[in-house]
Write a protein that binds this ligand. Structure first.
Ligand SMILES: CC(C)(COP(=O)(O)OP(=O)(O)OC[C@H]1O[C@@H](n2cnc3c(N)ncnc32)[C@H](O)[C@@H]1OP(=O)(O)O)[C@@H](O)C(=O)NCCC(=O)NCCS
Length: 170
């Protein structure tokens, strides 16, 4: 049995363990701790089984710099599932439930930097189709989706993640 639920106090080590196991470096685990510490874990969900926390997804607020800047954006990052449980739908369930939680919390749009073949299934499209650029020189891999109808219909600008993400620029 697997449950998906919001992160709560006491989950920190389990979440850290998932990211350390799923990613080649400790940057994602560090990012999660920094975002939580800064109060920027807008939506944080865990997948839990009898053995403990097996997956985690985090969404943090993003801003858009520029003229027609839409407000109320969140960025999906990171998303991870323990290696021995990958490919069984856990990541998809976390992404879907997380997107719904962001919509429920009133966020207007979401962005993600990742594999287009994976994230398209949740409704993400190439962000440049919405006039949104990114700071990472990503093309197809930078994607966006509207959580509120027409939230990005007149969008224009460069999406900026919170300062905790500078970890990846060093
Ligand atoms: C990416 C990740 C979260 C997906 O979770 P998951 O539970 O394994 O994925 P699901 O079982 O929900 O989905 C499986 C599908 O995703 C595809 N998939 C899995 N990982 C993928 C990846 N890195 N790139 C592209 N597609 C991927 C599988 O091929 C499969 O496709 P199909 O449904 O067309 O057969 C997980 O594999 C993971 O933790 N990877 C390491 C960390 C990472 O790269 N995170 C994403 C960047 S933030």
């Amino acid at each position: 049995m697997m449950a998906i639920r919001p992160e709560r106090a006491g989950d920190e080590a389990g979440i850290r363990g998932v990211h350390l196991a799923a990613f080649p470096s400790a940057l994602e685990a560090e990012l999660v701790d920094r975002l939580r510490g800064a109060g920027r874990a807008a939506v944080s969900l865990v997948a839990e089984m009898e053995r403990g926390i097996v997956g985690h997804v985090l969404f943090s607020p993003v801003t858009v710099a520029g003229g027609g800047a839409p407000e109320g954006g969140v960025g999906l990052a990171p998303l991870a599932v323990l290696p021995d449980l990958q490919g069984r739908g856990v990541g998809s369930a976390l992404a879907r439930r997380g997107i719904e939680a962001c919509r429920g919390a009133g966020y207007a749009f979401a962005v993600v930097l990742g594999e287009p073949g994976y994230y398209a299934r949740f409704g993400f499209k190439k962000a440049s189709l919405y006039g949104l650029g990114n700071e990472y020189a990503a093309d197809e891999a930078f994607m966006a989706m509207e959580l509120a109808e027409h939230a990005l219909s007149r969008a224009r600008g460069v999406v900026r993640y919170s300062p905790e993400f500078d970890l990846f620029k060093a």
